[in-house]
Ligand binder design. Structure first.
Ligand SMILES: Cc1ncc(COP(=O)(O)O)c(C=O)c1O
Ligand SMILES: N[C@@H](CCCC[NH3+])C(=O)O
Length: 422
């Protein structure tokens, strides 16, 4: 983002112009920023180490336009539901480059995945293997699978986004997964590739990945000894943190260099061929590339207590502050350098006292009609949006080098009743 004439520009396009043209609330994505993050991944990982793959975790943000962009950039796609898979397939995303994650996969979802020959299914629970075999028989396919395990690592992040600890609904406990692998090995319809783990999201320390590897190496050794199966792929998940307010996003190399050094060291010591190493970043690809624009409406100044600045969206387009106490920063897009600053609480328009986007934001003196921009809303904003209070989901615009393109229309009131039967 940049400033021109006291106005905020994103990827060469004026936010004031975007707000006028498409209305607010509006999700704006800088395509250049997304491409830059993928380029960094190529430089620091894909081109640097042989036999590596990146699978974009589409739960962070997915539309057909995004799936097409990911396909053009040549990386893989991670989906966690029939719905995400359907969007990817609708965008003609190459099925062999899709991996299917997620706990409690339903039969119909597995059926869709197998029928369309997705690249891999990451088995997350005991109920899945039989369903996969059943579908594989039906379509006469052999399905590549990995098993997701929980290494028992407690990531230093919000409890709700920590997923690798033992007490987790995700994945197999380490002492149970071998029995599952043996079952998979016995089926002619299954090709066992290896293991997957994901420690949590918005992580800033590389040591937890290294600790998890120590644990997973033991599992790999056990697997080879007890099943005779070599590990062809190891997926270490995503989770790389980004900047929302004052946190400093680490370059991918901060995580991946020590991780790869450790992995390469282990496999060469054991005289084993190193498996394909896959990572699954979501937030770190799209988070900072996305912005939300809002228009300021009513302002309530409670003398000596708090000044509320209400915007025309809120927890319906960004649930993260209410759900995880996530913090954001704000910019008055039509008056970036405005002076003096004041301390305000930016709230949404939902009937919830907790519908606060930023508590105590420091922004230039603002008035109704101003455009507020919240940066770093590209991940888990639109993908977690709701219609609470029957608010309409915002439009999405992609901007790149001064050009803007509407990729998703704003919902209309008719969308709210389109599935009603009376
Ligand atoms: C299995 C799995 N892979 C990848 C991700 C992506 O995580 P992030 O967006 O933090 O990179 C998640 C979400 O936490 C996940 O659950
Ligand atoms: N949705 C969460 C992260 C969970 C990611 C999926 N395991 C967030 O907004 O931070």
């Amino acid at each position: 983002m940049e400033e021109k004439n006291n106005t905020l520009y994103i990827d060469g396009v004026s936010t004031v112009y975007l707000a006028e043209k498409y209305g607010t609330p509006l999700y704006v994505y800088s395509v250049t920023d997304i491409k830059n993050r993928i380029a960094e991944l190529k430089e620091d990982f894909l081109n640097k180490y042989e036999n590596t793959t990146v699978s974009y975790a589409s739960k962070a943000f997915l539309t057909k336009a995004m799936a097409k962009l990911i396909a053009e950039e040549g990386i893989n796609l991670d989906v966690v539901s029939g719905g995400e898979l359907f969007i990817a397939l609708s965008a003609n995303f190459p099925a062999e480059k899709i991996e299917f994650n997620g706990n409690n996969k339903l039969y119909d979802e597995i059926d869709l995945a197998v029928k369309n020959s997705v690249g891999k299914i990451i088995i997350d629970g005991a109920s899945e293997l039989d369903m996969i075999i059943d579908c594989a028989k039906k379509y006469n396919k052999k399905v590549n699978v990995l098993y997701r395990v929980t290494p028992g690592i407690d990531a230093h992040t919000h409890e709700y986004i920590s997923t690798g600890k033992a007490d987790s609904k995700f994945g197999f406990p380490l002492d149970e997964v071998l029995e599952e692998v043996k079952k998979a090995k016995n089926s002619e319809y299954i090709n066992f590739l290896g293991y997957h783990f994901h420690l949590g999201s918005q992580l800033f320390e590389n040591d937890i990945y290294l600790n998890a590897l120590d644990i997973v190496f033991e599992l790999i050794e056990d697997t080879i000894n007890k099943t005779g199966e070599n590990i062809k792929e190891l997926n270490i998940g995503g989770g790389f943190g980004i900047t929302y307010t004052s946190e400093k996003r680490q370059p991918f190399s901060y995580f991946l260099e020590p991780v790869m050094e450790k992995i390469e060291g282990y496999f060469s010591l054991k005289n084993l061929e190193r498996p394909t190493i896959t990572i699954e970043p979501g937030r770190s690809i799209v988070g900072e590339a996305g912005y939300t624009l809002y228009t300021v409406g009513s302002i309530k100044d409670i003398e000596g207590i708090r000044k509320y600045v209400a915007i025309d969206g809120g927890m319906t387009d960004n649930i993260r502050p209410a759900l995880y106490s996530a913090e954001y920063r704000a910019i008055v897009a039509n008056n970036i350098k405005g002076d003096p600053l004041e301390t305000v609480t930016i709230c949404g328009k939902c009937c919830e006292s907790g519908d606060i986007i930023i508590k105590d934001a420091q922004i230039p003196l603002t008035q109704p009609g101003d455009i507020i921009c919240i940066p770093s809303t590209g991940a888990y904003g639109y993908s977690m949006a709701s219609n609470y209070n029957c608010l309409l989901k915002p439009a999405i615009v992609f901007v790149e080098n001064g050009e803007d393109k509407l990729v998703l229309k704003r919902e209309t009131y008719n969308d709210l009743i389109r599935n009603e039967t009376e």
